[in-house]
Design a protein around this ligand. Structure first.
Ligand SMILES: Cc1cc2nc3c(=O)[nH]c(=O)nc-3n(C[C@H](O)[C@H](O)[C@H](O)COP(=O)(O)O)c2cc1C
Length: 189
């Protein structure tokens, strides 16, 4: 059995939806236990990550970087950093923003630096941009934004009950979750 925690913050539920799709992907791998944890829950109990095999980080891109809530979680993890208790765990990340770029890469780079601070092992996104139709940018294309560092999604609130979340971005999130679970399994065996 491998265990994965997906820790995320979401102010308006767009990144939450992406997190749920990362879980759908990871759940496809046999003998995998996957939990979704909000930053609020994580900060209250940072020790819950000590015994998991992989941690996947998710944050909306706010002002060109991780949200303040996510940064609060990062800082709350300093006891785990000090004890090296996340060393050699698998790590990956995903982010969502309103603009197509919106500086999402900076958010993923922040996750990577954070994971390296904890001596974790980073797993990126493997799909070529726009597969399978080689049409990057199309809403239903996998990795339409073309990120190798982690899963990116672009979404905004179009009306109170409608968002622009694209099927391709959600599928991309699923593929990342599945990849992390498969790699974690290989790494443990
Ligand atoms: C405080 C704040 C800062 C934001 N900064 C950015 C930004 O730097 N780049 C961008 O493209 N979108 C930005 N946005 C838009 C959000 O990234 C976008 O609405 C996203 O879908 C919100 O995700 P959430 O519902 O998970 O909070 C910002 C939104 C807020 C509320």
């Amino acid at each position: 059995m491998i265990t994965i925690k997906i820790i995320y913050h979401s102010g308006y539920n767009h990144t939450k939806k992406q997190a749920e799709h990362v879980k759908i992907g990871a759940d496809k791998v046999d003998n995998t236990k996957v939990d979704l944890v909000t930053t609020e829950e994580a900060i209250k109990d940072i020790d819950q990550f000590a015994n998991v095999d992989a941690i996947i980080f998710g944050s909306p891109t706010y002002m060109g970087s991780v949200s303040a809530d996510f940064k609060q979680f990062m800082d709350a993890s300093s006891s785990a950093w000090f004890n090296r208790s996340w060393k050699d765990k698998i790590a990956a990340g995903f982010t969502n923003s309103g603009s197509m770029s919106g500086e999402k890469m900076n958010t993923l780079n922040t996750f990577i630096a954070f994971a390296m601070q904890h001596a974790m092992i980073w797993v990126g996104q493997a799909e070529l941009d726009g597969s399978p139709k080689e049409e990057p940018g199309k809403p239903d294309a996998i990795n339409r934004i073309g990120s190798a560092l982690g899963a990116m999604a672009q979404s905004i609130q179009l009306s109170p009950d409608q968002t622009s979340a694209s099927s391709g971005d959600l599928k991309t999130a699923e593929i990342l979750g599945q990849r992390v679970a498969n790699i974690t399994k290989k790494f443990k065996s």
